[in-house]
Design a protein around this ligand. Structure first.
Ligand SMILES: O=C(O)c1ccccc1NCC(=O)[C@H](O)[C@H](O)COP(=O)(O)O
Length: 214
């Protein structure tokens, strides 16, 4: 079985980024969305990414970003993928992949099985799907809220597009989430924070340790 991939999302300091790298993550995520407490500007991403070894992939997280915003992020030269976390259509996702020449991930907001089924529309348009919990109408953010969905909805999922699990994961529940869902990539943000936007070195370490036996 392939090694489990871990993405820590919403990193914004050299200390916590370094902890994630030491803990063995495969991916780090930089949120570029001004309403988020985890928001980072392209210059910060460039500086932060400079200290990351090449084997750790760097994902920019955006919400319905226009081409100008995406161009500023891609021009940092720091990214290995773009994660679309808004209401981007399959056609828009495919156009972004074509225009910017980077792998594109699409976050799928999940509450019911119908949401998982609807992800089929992105086949061929994106490189990875990230199943995340649907946030309530009017929520401040479309992600990073610590909400989870019914992981059994992913059991036995047979789709060609690589996928990952996100939403409400924590040190205490991640092993169960992996066992139930069968995910081989997991993504976490608020579960390794001491306050919104403040990542904890200790929690990052403990989370990665909790994943190791899986
Ligand atoms: O984290 C944010 O602030 C954020 C803001 C806007 C769009 C997406 C955002 N996060 C995306 C992620 O990939 C999070 O890791 C994912 O939603 C899981 O978050 P959590 O439930 O807090 O682990």
């Amino acid at each position: 079985m392939s090694r489990l991939a871990i993405k820590i999302c919403g990193l914004s300091t050299p200390e916590t980024l370094g902890a994630a790298v030491r803990a063995g993550v495969s991916h780090v995520g930089f949120v570029h969305f001004p309403k988020s407490p985890r928001h980072v500007e392209p210059d910060q991403i460039r500086a932060l990414a400079a200290a990351i070894p090449a084997h750790v992939k760097r994902v920019a997280v955006v919400v319905d970003a226009d081409d100008a915003q995406l161009a500023r992020l891609v021009e940092t030269g720091a990214l290995t993928a773009i994660q679309l976390h808004g209401k981007e259509s399959p056609a828009r996702a495919a156009a972004i992949r074509q225009r910017f020449g980077l792998p594109v991930w699409k976050a799928i907001a999940v509450k019911t099985r119908a949401d998982i089924d609807a992800a089929d529309a992105y086949a061929g348009a994106v490189d990875r799907l990230l199943f995340d919990a649907k946030t309530p109408d009017g929520a401040a953010l479309p992600g990073g809220m610590g909400l989870r969905f019914d992981w059994t909805l992913l059991r036995g999922l047979a789709i060609a597009t690589p996928w990952g699990l996100s939403g409400g994961l924590s040190i205490d529940n991640v092993a169960e989430a992996i066992r139930i869902s069968g995910a081989r990539l997991i993504d976490i943000s608020s579960g390794v924070e001491s306050a919104p936007g403040i990542k904890s070195v200790d929690k990052i370490m403990a989370f990665c340790k909790a994943v190791q036996p899986c």
